[in-house]
Structure formats: C-alpha cells, structure tokens
Design a protein around this ligand. Structure first.
Ligand SMILES: [Mg+2]
Length: 121
C-alpha cells in the first residue's frame, strides 16, 4: 500500500486525515510538527506524498517544505499544504517553497481524493 506522511499539530486533524486516507487505501504516517515530520520521513523513505499543516510549533509547514525540497533524497516527493481560508500569505510562501497544491480546512473526503488523484494518480 502506498504511504502518505501527514503533519499537523492538532491531533484531531491528524486523526481525521488518517481515517480519510486509510479509507482511500493508503498507509499513513503521522507527525506533529516539522521536526517530527523530517524524522518520520527519514524513517519512511518510501512515502509517496506529504500533506502538511502550515502553522505548527518548533518547525512550521513552510520551513518543513523548504527542508524537504533542499534534500536530494526527498525533493521529488509531492507536497500538499493544509490551509485555512485566512492563510493566503502563508499559502503563497508554501507554493514558493515548492508545495504543489493545497487543501482548505475543513476538508471534504471528495476534495482530498481529487487532489491526491491529480498528484499521484
Ligand atoms: Mg496547526
């Protein structure tokens, strides 16, 4: 099964996303911030896609995206941002850092499925 790494500091959001992605047939690895996300990525180099929150303690989503894109082993993994409507500036920073798409919270299952299909088929 293909593996997706998800990052969010809110446990409720991680659970909701994990349940959704599992229902779509993916294996899920969870991380609670950008530092944890990089550690989990190193432990799971077979991740096919990353979905990351932007506002997180320790290392935020934009910083995390920059780190992933700067690492030759991981830079080709597609990254999707999880944003809220009010995070337009952050979203633009995320795009500039290399994120391919975004999902607005609160998300719908259909929305997630469409984005995933577009990105990894
Ligand atoms: Mg957050």
């Amino acid at each position: 099964m293909r593996k997706i790494l998800i990052l969010d500091d809110a446990q409720s959001m991680r659970s909701l996303l994990a349940v959704t992605l599992k229902s779509l047939g993916f294996t899920v690895v969870e991380a609670e911030d950008g530092i944890d996300g990089l550690a989990k990525l190193k432990q799971n180099p077979d991740v096919v896609m990353i979905i990351t929150d932007l506002n997180m303690p320790k290392k935020n989503g934009v910083e995390f995206i920059r780190d992933v894109k700067a690492d030759p082993s991981f830079k080709t993994i597609p990254i999707v941002m999880l944003t809220t409507e009010s995070e337009e500036a952050k979203k633009n920073e995320g795009k500039a850092a290399g994120a391919m798409a975004w999902i607005v919270k609160p998300f719908k299952v259909d929305n997630i499925q469409t984005v995933i299909k577009k990105i990894i088929g």
